[in-house]
Design a protein around this ligand. Structure first.
Ligand SMILES: *[C@@H]1O[C@H](CO)[C@@H](O)[C@H](O)[C@H]1NC(C)=O
Length: 481
């Protein structure tokens, strides 16, 4: 099982966890909602000290039924194929949220290179705005094969970046310790370097936001992520194996100097829109179509499925990608409205439209335009007013003290996207536990109206999220894994 999601990450440190014991069973509860549409306005959840199981119980169905499917596991959970120390090295909530903020800032910087004055100051300190790519909390991993004979590598997958890279021998600069043996191009009969003069080399500029360099006629890539993590090395080609599909001449970074917060992973798979992303490079076979489910239960795993062949959950509803997606690596979608307790919040369309929104597999907490966040927070507080407020924590400012409760009622939160697609978030996408007795609304507001909204992974858990890139639409299917 992966300790799949954001909350589970810190349960082992004896934080509370909110378990859904039942939704809608609460009609006799003292805090019965006044809303008449009781069945879709509240979740009843039990607060309990939950210690995660140390036994992995993978979700087999999700993997078996389809070809070209990879099992997704959480980097720090018991299904992790990484080492015990990686599991033990689970970051604190504070660290997770701080990395999450770095990722968000780097996404904002990439999309909005001329930000307001106060933000420029921030960025000069933290972020080389033009060159950073988002990384942050890349917690979901898959295993693929590289080379001939193939070597298995556990890589973070990321819809917010494009270049796929792995650490490579001889690690001329530096390699961090990884779980799998470090890929050695000398042992692969199908490996080759890409030359500086090839057109592929020049494509690196858009995929990495950095111009390639040249070393002995070999194309050298460099990529820097928002949290200052870097990878640089030879831009190369080798055979990539995904499940039983084989892709000769897959272009990737053979990292000679790799530093930062990659844990024991072997590197990263870029699932963005750029021509160098894995999605683009495998488009002949998979048709620019992929889906994933990030597991929402601490005893399960998810999947990353390439291509349409295996179909998807029958209940998938599609929202069109926003046209802002074109020319960007990111996947833009339209948020139309947000409802709390079954009531749509009075947020003007212009609020969501100003900077638009993307969906991202690597950002944990959904970021909203300031006015939308404040409406959400206000309505949520109103519905939760029976519970004492608690001080904010890190990026969270809408927190509650549940010391006196074992069971609580929380309003439902649903998002409506363009095309009338409405999804109800699971309780784990609504509240995040920050201490044994305090939980907070699991959303944050952006610093300004010009910052893009981000629909993050805490809010995607358990859904099958379908990226029909060629068809120009994004799907959500309930009970995806
Ligand atoms: C790739 O290029 C680097 C730098 O020029 C060189 O050291 C290495 O031997 C080359 N590898 C192959 C397989 O050509």
């Amino acid at each position: 099982m992966a300790i799949p999601h954001f909350f589970s990450i810190f349960i082992k440190s004896s934080y509370i966890f909110l378990v859904v014991v039942s939704c809608f069973l609460d009609q006799t509860h003292a805090f019965e909602p006044k809303n008449t549409k009781i069945h879709d306005s509240f979740h009843t959840i039990e607060i309990t000290s939950l210690f995660p199981t140390s036994v992995c119980s993978p979700s087999k169905d999700a993997i078996k039924k389809r070809p070209s499917t990879l099992e997704v596991f959480h980097r720090h959970g018991p299904c992790s194929k990484l080492s015990e120390d990686e599991i033990a090295a689970r970051p604190s909530l504070k660290d997770i949220l701080s990395l999450d903020q770095s990722r968000v800032e780097s996404i904002h910087a990439r999309l909005n290179p001329t930000p307001t004055t106060d933000k420029i100051i921030d960025k000069k300190v933290n972020l080389p705005a033009q060159s950073s790519i988002s990384l942050g909390t890349g917690n979901y991993l898959v295993s693929v094969g590289l080379g001939a004979p193939k070597k298995t590598l556990s890589l973070v997958f990321d819809t917010g970046s494009d270049l796929t890279w792995t650490q490579c021998q001889p690690c001329a600069g530096f390699c961090y310790t990884q779980q799998d043996p470090i890929f050695d191009p000398k042992t692969s009969t199908s490996y080759s370097n890409i030359s500086c003069t090839s057109t592929t080399c020049s494509q690196l500029s858009s995929a990495t936001n950095q111009n390639p360099r040249c070393s002995d006629e070999t194309c050298v890539y460099g990529v820097q992520y928002g949290d200052q993590s870097i990878s640089e090395g030879f831009f190369s080609k080798d055979t990539l194996t995904i499940a039983s599909d084989v892709f000769p001449n897959f272009q990737f970074g053979c990292g000679q100097n790799n530093r930062g917060l990659f844990g024991r992973t072997a590197g990263l798979i870029g699932l963005g829109r750029d021509p160098l992303s894995l999605i683009s490079q495998t488009s002949t076979k998979y048709g620019n179509y992929f889906s994933y489910c990030l597991p929402s239960k601490s005893s399960s795993t998810g999947h990353l499925t390439l291509g349409k062949a295996g179909g998807h959950a029958s209940s998938v509803q599609f929202t069109p990608f926003d046209s802002s997606s074109l020319g960007s690596s990111f996947y833009f979608i339209t948020i139309a409205s947000i409802s709390v307790g079954g009531q749509q919040l009075p947020i003007g369309q212009v609020v969501f439209k100003t900077a638009g929104a993307i969906i991202d597999s690597g950002t944990v907490i959904t970021r909203l335009p300031p006015a939308a966040y404040s409406a959400l927070s206000g309505a949520f507080k109103q519905e939760m007013k029976k519970y004492p407020a608690a001080a904010g924590d890190s990026i969270f400012d809408t927190c509650f003290d549940f010391s006196d409760y074992t069971t609580i009622s929380i309003p439902t939160v649903s998002f409506e996207f363009g095309g009338g697609v409405k999804i109800a978030l699971s309780p784990s996408g609504i509240l995040a536990a920050v201490s044994p007795t305090v939980a907070c609304l699991a959303f944050a507001g952006n610093g300004g109206d010009a910052d893009v909204g981000i629909f993050g992974n805490a809010q995607q858990l358990g859904y099958e999220v379908v990226y029909d890139v060629a068809g120009g639409k994004l799907g959500f299917g309930a009970a995806g894994c």
